[in-house]
Design a protein around this ligand. Sequence first.
Ligand code: ATP
Ligand code: MG
Length: 183
Amino acid sequence: MLKKYIRQQMNILLRSIPDADLQRQGSSVAVKLRQHKWFQQSQRVAIYLSIPHEFPTVEILKVLLHPTSNKECFVPVITNDQMKMVLLKSWEDLRYNFKPNKWGILEPVDGRRPDSETDLDLIICPGLAFDCHNNRLGRGKGYYDRYLTDVSCKTVGICLKEQMIASVPVDSRDVKMDCVITG
Ligand SMILES: Nc1ncnc2c1ncn2[C@@H]1O[C@H](COP(=O)(O)OP(=O)(O)OP(=O)(O)O)[C@@H](O)[C@H]1O
Ligand SMILES: [Mg+2]
């Protein structure tokens, strides 16, 4: 299957990129996001907590969690095989109330309830590959595709320059991004 093959190739590529390059592109995307109208106009922003060998989000988190930021930061949590977004209040919150789940992704352990009423303004989405038509290839669980079918806010994919490919194979359930920002 083509999706599976591209995921494998992208995972190999991500492992071959030096950490310094990952961080440089992570910073570059954070700068571009800050300048982006949709980001500036958004108050409630969702962002994933990156793991090693994934496009890093720490610089974006710094912007969102900065004391002078006028934004609320939401992060994904998987419960009963469904993705929800919960509020991340601060770096202290992340440090003391979050632990790695089975994939090594940090999730809150204090039983905070996902805010089902959450009206997000912007969702910054991970992806293994994107193309210039804003198609997105995720890790293959469909969590984002399912989540995005129910929301109407803006979506932005973020990735390394090297993760942009000519054409992402898509089916009817794959949700396009509104735009993609690369490092
Ligand atoms: N809206 C949906 N409702 C039900 N199942 C879905 C939906 N969207 C995707 N799926 C299913 O989820 C599985 C994985 O989808 P896909 O291969 O597109 O993953 P992905 O987009 O790469 O992953 P992710 O969204 O988690 O990053 C597929 O079996 C797909 O049919
Ligand atoms: Mg998909």
